[in-house]
Design a protein around this ligand. Structure first.
Ligand SMILES: [Fe+2]
Length: 382
């Protein structure tokens, strides 16, 4: 069935400029034309609101929060996927890589991920047309864990896997160089792990890292290559980490923890992804480099909402204030075009003829962006 979407009187955020009093026409889910001035007939008046491309989210672990809303409490997984999908849609996100932890930790089951179960729930919800936005998978592989290669192999052949990231949260390095921060993190998360229990868990992790991290990393890089899936590194900190990431051909470096690592990665053509909550809050919760500092250094490429879906749009609109010299279109690119291109989704992320009509209407009130409408491929979904 033919469908036409016509919007007018919008501040249209293109990849390199903002069109004031702009209009846009999309047909059959694809942007056909746009401009400024007198709009085409039968246009929907946007009242001067911002209209930007639908946001593209590469790393959100929020699905796990919907599935396990409290420690040891599991919600119906399909219901969790549907409510999570609705939350992302109302945050202006039209494409998401659901970040599933491929992480099975013996003796600490409440820390383990549920990648296979949640991937199945996403399929069920998608097949039954229960979802508002486009979902792909991001497999977050914890490389020291003994079963990580086996579990990743079960999922990698799915045609919705778009990213594989290689993580190592062994205490005392990368994100948690300060081991006390890791203790605080797990105490906050489970609320019941004692120091003695954490000692046992951390010692086991160090042993897993010694035994498995290097060989699992090699195997996962090979598996991702064989399936033509882009790779991401995670929490790169040292020159050695950077060299390894470049050698592995990673497309994205998630959350580098130091300015030096971020600069070297960016200079090597790796897209640097940082947390939007870090920018909105004014710093890293684990004591690492601030997103704003990397933005001011000119090495921030992609923002991700990480653990707060609403932060993605907030951070994009705040970025020009945090890093003078970054224009609104450049800031919006970090959550749209650059993010989409990093994982090969070249059909979206930009308001220009020929791209998907994934669009978001936004008004800012009391300094907070409010998502007023969302369209996926020209169809209103929120
Ligand atoms: Fe991390």
């Amino acid at each position: 069935m033919d469908s036409t979407l016509v919007l007018s009187n919008a501040r249209l955020v293109l990849a390199d400029e903002v069109i004031e009093c702009g209009w846009l026409v999309a047909e059959n889910g694809v942007i056909k034309d746009m401009g400024s001035g007198p709009p085409p007939a039968r246009a929907d008046d946007m009242g001067g609101d911002l209209v930007m491309p639908g946001l593209v989210e590469l790393h959100t672990d929020h699905i796990e929060a919907h599935y396990m809303p409290r420690p040891k409490v599991h919600w119906d997984p399909v219901s969790a996927v549907v409510s999570y999908d609705g939350q992302l849609a109302t945050c202006g996100i039209t494409t998401v890589l659901d970040s599933l932890r491929v992480w099975r930790e013996e003796g600490a089951e409440d820390v383990s991920g549920e990648a296979v179960l949640l991937a199945a729930a996403i399929t069920t919800a998608r097949d039954a047309d229960m979802l508002r936005i486009n979902h792909y998978l991001h497999l977050r592989c914890e490389v020291p864990m003994p079963q990580v290669v086996e579990e990743a192999s079960l999922l990698i052949a799915r045609d919705d896997v778009r990213l594989v990231s290689l993580m190592d949260h062994t205490p005392g390095q990368r994100q948690f160089r300060d081991e006390q921060k890791l203790r605080d993190y797990y105490r906050g998360k489970s609320g019941r792990l004692t120091d003695a229990e954490l000692d046992v868990m951390f010692e086991k992790r160090r042993e897993h890292a010694r035994l498995h991290a290097a060989s699992n990393t090699r195997a996962l890089v090979e598996i991702a290559r064989a399936h033509d899936i882009p790779l991401a590194s995670h929490d790169d900190t040292t020159a050695e980490h950077v060299a390894q990431s470049v050698e592995d051909g990673v497309a994205i470096a998630e959350f580098p923890t130091t300015v030096e690592a971020a600069q070297a990665l960016h200079a090597s053509g790796v897209r640097v992804l940082m947390g939007a909550p870090n920018l909105v809050r004014g710093g890293s919760h684990s004591g690492n480099v601030a997103t704003a500092e990397l933005a001011r250094a000119g090495v921030l490429d992609v923002l991700s909402s990480d653990y707060v879906p609403a932060s993605l749009l907030m951070a994009a609109l705040y970025l020009p204030h945090a890093a003078p010299g970054i224009s609104l279109p450049a800031a919006v690119r970090t959550v749209t075009k650059t993010a989409a291109e990093a994982v090969g989704l070249d059909d979206r992320g930009e308001i220009t003829p020929g791209k998907r009509a994934d669009l978001v209407r936004v008004r800012v009130a009391n300094g907070i962006p409010v998502v007023r409408s969302v369209w996926r491929a020209g169809a209103r979904v929120a």
